[in-house]
Every structure is written in C-alpha cells, then in structure tokens.
Ligand binder design. Structure first.
Ligand code: OTU
Length: 695
C-alpha cells in the first residue's frame, strides 16, 4: 500500500480522474480555436466567462456524450459540432439575457425560491395570440405568478396536432399565435415584471410533416437516420412484446406503416408523431441548436416533453432507460455553458422510484440533470387521499420517495392539461394493506362519477379493455365535487335538498382550495392550471372541435372565461371569488415563508388524535429548511371538524426549543396562534394549516 503521508507518492488514477483528464484534453483542443474564430462579437470579459463555463461544465457534457455516442460515431466530430453550437449561441446572446445570465449565476437557486408561483396555459385558450397573452399579465401578477408555462407554441402540423405536441417546425411560432418576435417581446415584457417564460419543447418526436420527416420519407439517407424505420414487422413485433400503449384507445400500438417511407416507423403516441432516433448524434446537435435558439429569444425554462421515451432497447419497456438520463444531462450542460439563465423541466410522469432520477439523483451518485420535474406522485396521492379521506397510503408512498437533490426542485400541481394516470405502486399500496390494482380501479370509478357516493365528476381516459387500465380526465373543480353539487343545487326541489347541495358545494370549494394549499406549501414550485383559479367546470362542447372528439382531455382545457374572472373579482363570496381570493392568499403566504425555498426537505407525517390514536384523516408534512426553520402542514381530508393532539405544535419548533413564549406557534394561513402547552389543535373540516414557529 502506498503511504499517502509520505512524499513523492502519486495516487493511481481512478476511472473518474481519467475521464476528467480526457475531457480536459478535448476541451483544450477546442478552446484556442473557439477563441480565435467565433467570438469576435464578444467583449473579452464575456469570453473569459464563457471559457470559465466551458471549463466548469465541460465534463458534464463530455461524459454523457461519450457514454451515448463513443461507440457509434466519431466523438471528436460530435464534440466539435456541439461546441460550435454553444459558441455561436453564446456569441449571439442578446445583452439583456447576458445580464440575466450573470444574475442567475450569482443566485443559481432562483427557480426554487419561495416567491415562485407557476401558471400553465394554452396561449390561445388563455388569451389568444402571444401579444394578447402579454396583455393579460396583470391577472397573473395578481395571483403572484412568477413563472408562466405556455403549452406548445411552435408551429404544429395542420389538423389534429395533439394540442400542439406534433411540431412541424421548431423554428417558427404557430402563425395563429404570432411570430418569433412576438415570443421575444412577451419574454421581455415578462422579464420586466420578474416573470419567467417556460415553453414546451417536444423532443421525443416530431410531426410527420416536419421537414426532417419529409426528407426521411423521401429517402434522404441523412434524415432517414433521424427516425426509427423498420422494413418489416420483425423488430417492431419483438419490441412490442415489452411495450405499453400510451393511447390504447385512439392510437393503439407503437409503430405505424408509412406508405411514403415504405416502412414501419416508431410512433409511441399518435400515428402522426414520429419518434426521433436519439441514438443519432445529429439529432442531439439539431435539438441543442433549437434549445439555444429559444433560450436566446428569452425563454427561461424548457419543458422537455415525454423524455422517458427517448431511448429504446429490445426487451425493455423503452421508458426511463439510463441513456435518457445521459441525454438530459448533456442538454443541461449545453445550456449551462451557452445560456446559464436557462433551466430545464422534465416531463416524466413515471412511477415514484423513477422520478427523482430526472433531477439527477441516481444510485450512489448525483449528476446535474433537469432542474425541475413534475411531482406526479404528490398529485396522485392528493386525489387518492381526498377520495378515501385517509392519509395512510399517501404517507407511505410519499415517505418512500427519495428527496430531490437540494439544488433542484419539484413542480407541484393539482391538475394540468393531461389526464391523471393513477401511479399507485404495488409496494406502497401493500405496505398499508391495500391492493394497488383494486385501488386504481376504485380511483378510476370514483373520479368518473361511477362510484356510489362519489363527489368526482370526470371521465375515464384511454380505457384499455385488454388490461382493464384507464386514466382520468376532468377539471379540478369537477373532480373536487363542485360540478356535481351545482347540478344537485339546480335540480333541488325541497329546502332540504337545497341545503344538502349547498353543503356539498362548500365542501367542493374547500377541497379545491385544500389541494392547492398542499401544493403551495409542500416545497417546490406550485403550478396552477389555467381556469382552476376560478374553479372552471368541465367543458361540455369539447367533442365538437375538429380532430378532438376522440380525446377527452379537452374537457379540462377551458378557454379562460374572462367574464367569470371579472365576476370573481367583484364578488369575493361567489365560488370563483372564494377560489381566486384563496389562491392569492396562498401565493402571499408562500412569499412570507422562506422555508419553502429550495434546499429544504419535506417529509410526510402521520399525526395523532388527542387519545393517542393516529388521526388517519389528516395528511401532514414537515418542511424543514436548514436556514429557515420548520413548517408543519396539516390537511384535514374529511368533512368532519377534528382535533389533534397538541404535541403536533412541537413539530413546528425549530429554534430555541427552551423558550416557551405564549402563542408562539402560528398558522400562516389563518393567523390563528397557539402556545406550546395547548393540549389540542382544532382542525376544521377540509382545511389546511401551515404551522410555524414565530418567536
Ligand atoms: C405528454 O404527455 C404531453 O403532456 C401530452 O399532452 C402529449 O399528448 C404527449 O406527451 C405526447 O407529446 O402520456 O398522457 O411520462 O406521460 O409524455 C400523457 C411522460 C402522456 C408521459 C407524457 C405524455
């Protein structure tokens, strides 16, 4: 054994140092060339900064590229092209965005700050054109929104475009929404208000009308390699043995015969969405070019759509494979060097064990990957808990999830433009004595309004008669019981029926606010789905839109009703008024709660009733932030007023446990205070408390 304490002993190079050495060599071969040619438009301090970013992030780019492509392509060529893309993008980056880069490099946790509140919408359904979206920023500002996710805005194929998720041109805005200049203007107007623009980038597939797909179908060998073509069914059949159908109802199978291409083509989603072949480095270079172009227009967050499907291997489900993570790590590194103000958000709606990997937490190691990912597990568990009025499954599932790396954050949400897929894992369900498949069936029935006593009024999405699986569509307000209660109220003929309907209505409103109060207080960036701020009900005419009649997700993609929004504004006691007011208050409460910033940890808890039994009807969580102390969240899922053992107050004590000031624990949401000696804490039905130590 070499003695490290003695001199002149150099440690044996490990694999990691060897990789780093090779990465550094590759970079130093590139940097002098880069310095000379492409940076003529940059000031020398900017060149220095760019070189520093290259040096810092280069291994994070080089290593995944090596893992992905070394065996199938000339790595030097790949690396040289990608460095070229980065340098060109960096040298073209507008001054205002370079300033933003600098701010973000100083405050890299910006996107996980407690002041962040997100809003997601289709531009046209929210306001109209991009210019009209810019005209509605006051509404968003009043909701405390600092982050606006616009669903696909790039030019889609004509006709059915899966809500814009079939892109025909990555470089052009959908002409119905405006132009690239309009996008740039919108981003600028938002920046002036400290709001960040997020847009979708559909990376898994393009429309079959995309020029790459056109060229491929016409036989161009370069573009032929951009997609996955098969001459006959041999390989498709082999792959299909282990694949699932994402849209079994209206787009069964994963392969589509193309007459033009004279081949089967891989189509995970609809037949008009052709999966890109991400094992081809040219695809990587092209998409990296698109990303940096959008970054230079002022987009600050890229929602990378359907990323789990980006890599295929025979004998696997072709989801969540390790190279998917390499791709995401490499894309992130490209942006970190070219446009450090920009982050990526993974759209990976996957089982709980897979989720945190998209934030770069892999067994035994961490690598910078996406900065944000959707916490679909929290979303699913919230809907499950309000249906059962029981927190035990949520507690089990959420406790077992690995925490996100401290420099990353969740996007927490109640609803979005998609269906709800009931990601209830067998292990989590079994741990609380529940059969997972039976519970998923129950949730499907419950939220389709098929279960006796259910308050949910949605619909089944993509029922698969072979597997019996389905998912759920429906607006948050409808799933919470507001729609059903309004129907009951409309048909009530006796005072008794009216009173009951009114009580149900109140429960529905409370439930909707409760779900949001959990997502706003859990830790992560809450994303509000457009329309939910005014309790929009299901759309009833969605089937009439051409190309949409077989996709009931359109029932919960409302056109924002601005008349209703104005009415909500002037009547705070109305249903939309109560919801709007509560969401504003939640955003304000977040701003007052720095412990909700990135870097804290959230742990699900069970709490006790005064006698010492577990109070199963309360979902509890502790948000612990190393700098800003503790917050205890409590959500009473039931229609009954409950009391909890006062010991729960001690969970909120984070500093100076000795000081027993009177009334030191406060509920940030109601302003209610308790002293630590209090034997019980009241939990009114369907309410949330955020308790914190206030001395
Ligand atoms: C996404 O969703 C989009 O959000 C959908 O609106 C699109 O239709 C789809 O991609 C195709 O572009 O299966 O049911 O793990 O769950 O990509 C929705 C990710 C979906 C998938 C997700 C997909």
């Amino acid at each position: 054994m070499p003695d490290v304490m003695s001199q002149n002993v150099s440690p044996a190079p490990t694999m990691a140092t060897e990789r780093r050495r090779r990465a550094a060599e590759a970079l130093s071969a590139l940097v002098p060339g880069i310095r000379r040619d492409a940076m003529t438009t940059m000031e020398s301090d900017e060149i220095d900064a760019l070189i520093a970013r290259f040096e810092t992030h280069w291994p994070d780019l080089f290593e995944p590229l090596e893992r992905l492509f070394a065996t199938r392509a000339d790595l030097t060529e790949v690396v040289t092209s990608i460095a070229g893309v980065i340098v060109e993008a960096a040298s073209e980056r507008p001054v205002a965005l370079r300033r933003l880069d600098r701010r973000r490099e100083i405050a890299p946790g910006w996107f996980a700050d407690n002041t962040m509140v997100g809003y997601a919408a289709y531009a046209d359904r929210f306001a109209g054109t991009l210019e009209e979206v810019a005209g509605q920023l006051d509404h968003l500002e009043s909701l405390g929104v600092t982050y606006l996710h616009l669903l696909p805005v790039l030019e889609p194929r004509p006709g059915d475009d899966d809500g814009g998720y079939a892109v025909a041109d990555y470089e052009r805005i959908d002409p119905r929404l405006g132009t690239m200049e309009d996008l740039e203007k919108l981003a600028g107007a938002m920046r002036d208000r400290h709001m960040s623009l997020c847009i979708d980038l559909v990376v898994n597939h393009t429309a079959r009308e995309h020029p790459w797909a056109r060229a491929a179908a016409a036989g161009d060998p370069h573009y032929r390699d951009f997609y996955l073509f098969f001459e006959d069914r041999t390989l498709p059949d082999l792959y299909s043995e282990t694949l699932v159908d994402v849209f079994p109802d209206n787009a069964p199978g994963n392969f589509t015969w193309s007459d033009e291409a004279g081949a089967w083509v891989w189509t995970t989603f609809h037949d008009f969405q052709w999966d890109l072949d991400h094992s081809n480095p040219d695809v990587f270079v092209e998409l990296a070019t698109v990303m940096t172009m959008l970054a230079n227009r002022g987009v600050e967050v890229l929602r990378l759509d359907a990323v789990p499907f980006m890599w295929k291997e025979i004998g696997t489900g072709c989801q969540n494979l390790p190279p998917v993570h390499d791709l995401l790590q490499a894309y992130r590194a490209v942006l970190a060097i070219a446009a450090p103000a920009v982050i990526t958000k993974a759209e990976a709606i996957v089982p709980p064990d897979e989720l945190v990997r998209y934030l770069g937490a892999h067994e035994g190691h961490r690598r910078p990957e996406c900065d944000m990912a959707y916490n679909n597990q929290l979303m699913v568990m919230l809907w499950s808990s309000v249906a059962t009025r029981d927190a035990r499954l949520a507690h089990a599932a959420l406790s077992r999830m690995s925490p996100p790396p401290p420099t990353t954050t969740w996007a927490t949400y109640v609803r979005c433009h998609d269906d709800i897929g009931w990601a209830v894992s067998d292990a989590d369900a079994a741990s609380v004595g529940v059969d997972a498949a039976a519970h998923r069936d129950f949730l499907n029935e419950f939220y389709a309004g098929e279960f006796r006593g259910s308050f949910g009024l949605g619909a089944r999405f993509q029922h698969n008669p072979v597997t019996g699986d389905s998912r759920t569509s429906g607006s948050a307000a409808a799933l919470c019981g507001i729609e059903q209660a309004l129907d009951l109220l409309a048909s009530a003929t006796t005072t008794r029926e009216t009173t009951t309907a009114q009580r149900f209505l109140d429960h529905g409103v409370r439930r909707l606010i409760l779900l949001h109060a959990v997502t706003y207080g859990w830790g992560g960036v809450p994303l509000l789905w457009s329309g939910d701020e005014i309790a929009s009900l299901n759309m009833h005419d969605w089937e009439k839109s051409p190309g949409r009649s077989d996709d009931n997700r359109w029932m919960h993609r409302p056109r924002l009703d601005w008349t209703a929004a104005a009415a909500a504004e002037s009547d705070p006691e109305s249903i939309p008024g109560r919801v709007l007011g509560s969401l504003r208050a939640l955003a304000a409460a977040r701003r007052e709660t720095p412990g909700l910033s990135g870097g804290g940890t959230t742990t699900a808890r069970l709490v006790h009733a005064p006698g010492g039994d577990v109070e199963t009807r309360v979902l509890a969580w502790v948000r612990d932030h190393p700098r800003h102390g503790c917050l205890v969240g409590l959500a009473n899922l039931s229609e009954f007023d409950l009391r909890l053992d006062g010991a729960v107050l001690h969970e909120a004590v984070s500093r100076d446990p000795g000081a027993d000031h009177a009334e030191r624990i406060v509920d940030i949401l109601s302003g209610h205070r308790w002293s630590l000696g209090r034997p019980t804490v009241e939990m009114p039905h369907l309410t949330v408390r955020w308790l914190t130590d206030d001395i």
